[in-house]
Design a protein around this ligand. Structure first.
Ligand code: SF4
Length: 533
């Protein structure tokens, strides 16, 4: 397989271009100067290994060149088709790719798509991110900042919402959309007219321009709405049955994801009423599918009142070198703590560990926190709010909690014992006769004040102590670095996903993080150059 060996020395034409690339889109200049370091022999070997399973040589374009194209695509947010054009009409692309003056694009759109899939299959997006981390770390060492190159790092973790690329639909449209796709595929496979198929399968509703237009109901009338749900459920079930009866297993293979989707949507959203009629289920199923195009998107919340549909992007940042060490993506309904574990694994894979962990409260239940504490590391986070939502009532902060004796003392001096993780109720008789009751609880007569004790109460106490001192609050503010890194990612990628599914969006996040790390290295070099002149 051909290896990418672009020259290190610059030509006069390249020097002229590099002089212009100092303020606007400066990363083009940096990539031209550092491409031989980024794609050194060791990394190119790793990239070439992706082809060994299918036989080297079946891809005529050097993988390192395609990997550089992927970075440029992420940098300017170009589609595959645009990337091919830019390699021909934009001198900055040609400068980086080493093809100044080319009259033919050095790669095709198809080659890019296949390369991206190969990178994902072989986890080479992670390797690319790790390579940029090692570049920044090696650069810091040459600056003489050896103390910042400890293997045990100060790491901050945070996440941001990512709106999914799939269309979010209600139950009727989810069923109708999926059933229409099934009809299209069956029509292609059997070379039969879709109209004939729908009628034979007992699903004529699918022939209407849209399911709701076909039903033509007054949706504000609950009775008509219930009838609509029944009709849709009956017709899609009839189609499902028809497929099972008339097509054999081999033919239904391409249909299987859509048949499964129909079953999933019916199970999560439809229930049978006591009268035996299909109706929309009350409440939202825990892991509800919300899109046909992207089966992994989920409902999520930014806060109690703000909802979004899609994924959460998590990053782990080295607070000393400002480098993004690892990334993960989870469906939006998953708790933050699930995103932290893959970050820790990726950090360990690089031979690094977490000595100090700065987190948002939502990550406190992650096993990573326990791992860091067990390894004698430090964890920093804001504590859960200890004040009562009603400012006129005593909050948890007004009670004295003794972890050694596992007792809690109220402002009136009543003492109760507790187990971590339980809710303590004070003696109703004592509370009933208490002169402070009006300031303590609004509970009904005959009930005492309750206080929840966290399973990690000891940790929460440490966090509280931090928040109560100026130096502690300054330490907690170190976490803002990861918020800035996420803000840069948001500015680079936007709020909407470019791809469908968790894995492809993880690729996009890792690529954005790799670009960000390269910008950090580029800024460091510029700074060093300024200092030395
Ligand atoms: S109401 Fe109960 S818990 Fe509250 S101060 Fe009085 S005795 Fe203590």
């Amino acid at each position: 397989m051909e290896r990418w060996k672009p020259p290190v020395a610059t030509t006069k034409q390249e020097d002229m271009l590099l002089k212009r690339l100092t303020r606007v889109r400066a990363l083009f200049g940096f990539l031209r100067r550092c491409r031989h370091e980024l794609f050194d022999d060791a990394f190119q070997e790793q990239l070439e290994a992706m082809y060994r399973d299918t036989g080297a040589g079946d891809e005529p374009i050097a993988p390192a060149l395609l990997c550089m194209v992927m970075l440029l695509q992420g940098y300017v947010r170009a589609s595959d088709a645009e990337a091919v054009e830019l390699s021909l009409v934009d001198m900055r692309w040609q400068l980086v790719l080493g093809c100044l003056g080319a009259t033919e694009p050095p790669f095709s759109q198809g080659a890019l798509q296949k390369f991206r899939e190969r990178m994902i299959d072989h986890e080479m997006d992670r390797a690319l991110l790790e390579k940029t981390v090692s570049l920044v770390r090696a650069g810091a060492a040459s600056k003489g900042e050896a103390d910042t190159l400890k293997k045990a790092l100060r790491v901050a973790i945070d996440s941001r919402p990512l709106v999914g690329a799939g269309r979010v639909e209600d139950t009727i449209n989810l069923l109708g959309h999926t059933a229409r796709i099934i009809v299209q595929i069956v029509s292609k496979l059997t070379e039969r007219n879709p109209e004939e198929l729908c009628r034979e399968a007992g699903a004529p509703l699918l022939l209407a321009p849209s399911i709701k237009a076909g039903l033509d109901l007054d949706w504000s009338d609950p009775k008509q709405k219930a009838t609509g749900v029944e009709i849709v459920e009956r017709q899609v079930s009839s189609l499902q049955l028809w497929v099972e009866r008339h097509l054999d297993d081999v033919v239904t293979r391409p249909l299987q994801p859509y048949l499964d989707a129909l079953t999933q949507v019916k199970t999560q959203d439809i229930e049978t009423s006591p009268q035996g009629r299909a109706q929309i289920r009350q409440g939202v199923a825990a892991d509800r599918r919300i899109s046909v195009a992207d089966p992994e998107m989920r409902h999520g919340r930014k806060s109690k009142s703000k909802r979004f549909d899609g994924f959460k992007e998590h990053i782990g940042c080295d607070l000393d070198l400002r480098v993004i060490l690892a990334c993960s993506v989870t469906p939006a309904n998953r708790p933050e703590e699930e995103g932290a574990l893959p970050l820790q694994e990726d950090i360990h894979r690089q031979g690094l560990s977490i000595a100090e962990l700065f987190i948002d409260r939502a990550y406190v239940n992650s096993p990573v926190v326990q791992d860091v504490l067990e390894a004698k590391g430090e964890v920093f986070s804001k504590p859960w709010n200890q004040r009562h939502r009603n400012p006129l009532l005593f909050g948890k902060i007004d009670f004295k909690i003794d972890l050694a004796t596992q007792t809690i003392t109220c402002p009136a001096g009543e003492v109760e014992s507790f187990e971590p993780g339980e809710t303590v109720q004070f003696n109703p008789e004592a509370c009933g006769a208490c002169s402070l009751r009006a300031k303590c609880t609004l509970a009904a007569a005959g009930r005492g004040r309750t206080v929840s004790i966290s399973a990690d109460e000891a940790l929460q106490k440490r966090f509280q102590a931090l928040q109560q001192t100026s130096s502690g609050r300054a330490t907690l503010r170190h976490r803002t670095a990861v918020e800035h890194a996420l803000a840069h990612i948001a500015a680079r990628k936007g709020s909407h996903a470019r791809y469908l599914g968790v894995r492809k969006n993880l690729f996009d996040l890792r690529r954005a993080a790799a670009i960000q790390n390269l910008e950090v290295r580029s800024q460091d070099l510029t700074q060093q150059a300024k200092v030395s002149t």
